[in-house]
Design a protein around this ligand. Structure first.
Ligand code: PEP
Ligand code: MG
Length: 570
């Protein structure tokens, strides 16, 4: 049924530019708001079956994890094994069956039964049983997640605009393959993974519409304006004509940009600037080549974990890295160590945390799970024979992590030497500067590495203390904040003093208003989604570096973030 609104305009946060026309496909909210209405008697077996299949799928997932865990940590194995026990617990199963027989859906039965058991454990003052309650909550969520994803039919029609509370990176990949034209979500920040992927796929997207899934109905005609953040519901002919004209103008602009592909990327006063890309998938590496980028500045290698549905083994990683290397050769390809945890692929991890953004992510996870780290280093080294691979590590916050990682890389090299395996003995090793701690100590970190790359997305989060993925603080999360720029300046000075290259691979690197300032600070490598390369190049070739240096100095004296943005955009 259509909503009664005609030509109704709503305003959200633009997160991926472009204009999309299409029909709404509304997805169920992701949080555990479960349909509590009764099922029909004839659907009892069907619902039991769905529950069984979800259990089976989760058991397989945990089994795979157990098989992939090469660790001495008994805790990790214990947790995984106790997950298996919960999944095969006959009392839990009986309880869920009984509730389905009383006409609950599988989801509703799971939530009721797990919550009842959890309450029981929590009522007893025993630390062990409390832990078990946490595990129950985790497994409950996983089962609902699996059921929900089985519910999503990705084979939707072309010209559909997906309207959802939130989407996972896997949803975006599947919907992109199905040919959707636009995305509307209730939550998600502009540098959340979902927004980054929407931009990479050039899917116009607007986020931050509270309760939109209860306002829009399936089949509503929508126009998504990913430039201004407007969403027009059931537009009239005048609006449709208006947006068609805007689309034609954009196409014209893109045609002009296309001509820049072979133009040398240097500032008006002749300073060369390299433009690299951030990639998640093989297709992105191809898109990077098509856009004429100078190489790949960031391979988000954790996307392979998502793609392969679990921790990829050595062979799979080696094959994937080699493929990317071959597409990019002879240009450089910078592979980042798995940045697992926080907003990225925490589903299915053996550990659970209350505050994952401040927890065991990036290098911290890799140093905890050295088996996984070593396997990745060996795969990267094996892919480096053509000498165009660089390796860098995420979430560095102290020198010790860098030294420990270097020692492990050295051990892996010895291992390969002993086997007579060829690799690039001088493969450049770098770090991401994405915590204030790394920026503030960049002078000493720079002495230990071959290059640094500023991750402005996380650097903004940690500097301002606002989660990049939390829409409640999306107006506070502001990469154009003077504090962020002062840390960037410090990092740039450390790189210069130590004579090592510095790039920026956060989203800020593609902000048109930020590019001259970054060049003024001395950053001469910018890495971004392939979709942004030509637009960024257009800014670079119209920027004067010497003038930008003077402007950058002036900007450093501004402390007020509103004044900072006003001057930058003015
Ligand atoms: C960043 O934090 O800026 C970055 C490039 O890394 P990611 O977005 O993958 O966390
Ligand atoms: Mg980051």
């Amino acid at each position: 049924m259509k909503t009664p609104y005609i030509n109704f305009e709503l305003k959200g946060i633009p997160s991926s530019s472009g204009i999309a026309f299409g029909k709404a496909v509304v997805l169920l909210p992701e949080n555990i708001v479960i349909d509590t209405s009764n099922i029909l008697v004839e659907d009892i077996e069907y619902e039991k079956n769905r529950f069984e299949q979800a259990c089976e799928s989760l058991s397989k997932e945990v089994e795979n994890l157990i098989a992939a865990v090469h660790t001495d940590s008994k805790n990790v194995i214990d947790i995984l094994e106790s997950n298996m026990l919960i999944l095969s617990d006959p009392v839990l199963k009986e309880g869920i069956y009984k509730r389905i027989e009383e006409l609950s859906t599988a989801e509703s039965a799971i939530v009721q039964e797990f919550d009842e058991q959890k309450a029981l454990f929590l009522s007893i003052k025993d630390e062990y049983l409390r832990l078990r309650a946490d595990e129950l909550e985790h497994i409950k969520k996983r089962l609902i997640y699996i059921l929900r994803h089985k519910l999503i039919d990705y084979r939707i029609n072309d010209n559909s605009i997906v309207v959802a509370q939130n989407l996972t990176p896997a949803d975006i990949v599947n919907f992109h393959n199905a040919g959707i034209t636009g995305i509307i979500t209730e939550s998600g920040g502009i540098v959340s993974h979902v927004s980054i992927m929407a931009r990479a796929y050039k899917i116009p997207s607007v986020i931050g519409f509270k309760n939109i899934t209860s306002v829009i109905s399936d089949g509503d005609v929508l126009i998504v304006d990913g430039f201004s953040g407007s969403l027009i519901v059931n537009p009239n002919q005048a609006s449709i004509d208006d947006y068609h004209k805007k689309q034609a103008k954009i196409a014209e602009y893109h045609k002009k940009l296309g001509k820049l592909k072979d133009v040398e990327c240097k500032t008006l006063d002749g300073f060369p600037i390299k433009i690299y890309t951030n990639i998640d998938l093989r297709e992105d590496a191809i898109a990077s080549e098509i856009a004429g980028a100078d190489g790949v500045g960031l391979v988000r290698s954790e996307s392979l974990i998502m793609k392969s549905g679990g921790m990829p083994n050595l062979e799979l990683q080696e094959q994937w890295y080699k493929d990317l290397v071959n597409i990019t050769f002879p240009k450089p390809l910078t592979i980042r160590g798995f940045d697992i945890g926080s907003d990225k692929f925490s589903e299915g991890l053996p550990h659970q945390e209350d505050n994952p953004a401040l927890g065991c992510r990036g290098i911290r996870f890799l140093l905890l799970r050295k088996d996984i780290f070593r396997t990745q280093i060996i795969a990267v080294l094996k892919a480096s024979v053509n000498k165009n691979v660089k390796f860098m590590l995420p979430m560095i916050s102290n020198l010790q992590e860098v030294l420990e990682a270097k020692a492990i890389i050295a051990e892996c090299k010895v291992e390969l030497d002993a086997q007579g395996i060829n690799y690039d003995k001088n493969m450049p090793f770098g770090i991401m500067v994405e915590t204030p701690a790394a920026a503030l100590t960049a002078d000493s970190l720079a002495k230990e590495v071959d290059f640094m790359s500023i991750g402005s997305n996380d650097l903004t989060s940690y500097t301002i203390g606002a989660d990049r993925a939390n829409d409640l603080v999306s107006d506070i999360f502001n990469p154009l904040h003077p504090a962020v720029f002062r840390l960037i300046k410090m990092t740039a000075e450390a790189a210069k003093n130590n004579n090592i290259p510095l790039s920026m691979c956060g989203e800020l690197a593609a902000y048109p208003e930020a590019i001259p300032l970054l060049i003024g600070f001395g950053i001469d490598e910018l890495s971004m989604s392939p979709a942004m390369v030509l637009e960024a190049k257009n800014i670079v070739i119209n920027t004067n570096k010497r003038e930008s240096e003077i402007f950058a100095d002036e900007m450093l004296s501004i402390s007020d973030s509103i004044e900072f943005v006003r001057r930058l955009k003015g």
